[in-house]
Ligand binder design. Structure first.
Ligand code: SF4
Length: 206
């Protein structure tokens, strides 16, 4: 379909490493994904405006999903800067860090946040292009919590979302199984080494 090709091209020119057009029927939804926001408890649960329980639940998302025909699944793959990758010269305790501990380091957090901001801009660009083509129900989602601000204002703050036209819900928050969807799309998310990180986004169209 030409629209999907145009949107994939837009995703790549905005910075995506990969983008594929998929049937909306190939978006895999599993309520256990949302369970994993709470078990173990994600630090964004209840705090980010774009994460559970502050976004639509899985059942509501399924009602919307069945109205769509297509989606663009896109990925960003960025090399982790050499200065924050563990080196052979680092002390043994650094070498022994688990991937989770390694990613919890402030330097890695900053790097991830910048990558997620780029992901948001790519998703927004694709969504915007779809809308300009006349597909006014185009709707974007990003893998992981919104990272557009240093700290989210949170759901009960009267200030509300600081960037409501840029922030998009987390794919996982609405129950999208990102791993299975990527596998179906032919761009599987294999376990990556410590020196590469990958983010996934989705734009539903038509
Ligand atoms: S844009 Fe800022 S305030 Fe809005 S959801 Fe994202 S982090 Fe929170």
């Amino acid at each position: 379909m030409q629209l999907l090709d145009v949107l994939c091209q837009e995703a790549r020119s905005a910075g995506a490493s990969n983008a594929v057009g998929i049937s909306a029927r190939d978006v895999v939804v599993n309520p256990r994904v949302r369970l994993k926001c709470q078990v173990p408890l994600c630090s964004h649960y209840g705090k980010s405006i774009m994460c559970p329980p502050n976004v639509m639940d899985v059942e509501e998302f399924l009602l919307y999903l069945e109205r769509y025909r297509w989606g663009i699944l896109l990925q960003l793959e960025l090399p982790v800067p050499a200065e924050i990758v563990p080196k052979a010269s680092d002390p043994p305790f650094v070498q022994r860090l688990s991937l989770g501990d390694f990613r919890a380091q402030p330097s890695h957090r900053d790097f991830r946040r910048k990558g997620k901001q780029l992901l948001s801009s790519v998703v927004n660009r694709v969504e915007g292009m779809a809308m300009r083509q006349g597909y006014h129900f185009a709707a974007g989602f990003v893998g992981g919590s919104c990272a557009l601000c240093d700290v989210c204002t949170g759901p009960s703050n009267p200030e509300g979302c600081r960037k409501p036209f840029q922030a998009r819900p987390a794919m996982e928050a609405v129950g999208i199984d990102v791993f299975s969807t990527a596998e179906r799309a032919g761009i599987p998310l294999t376990h990556l080494p410590k020196d590469v990180i990958r983010w996934t986004g989705l734009v539903l169209v038509d």
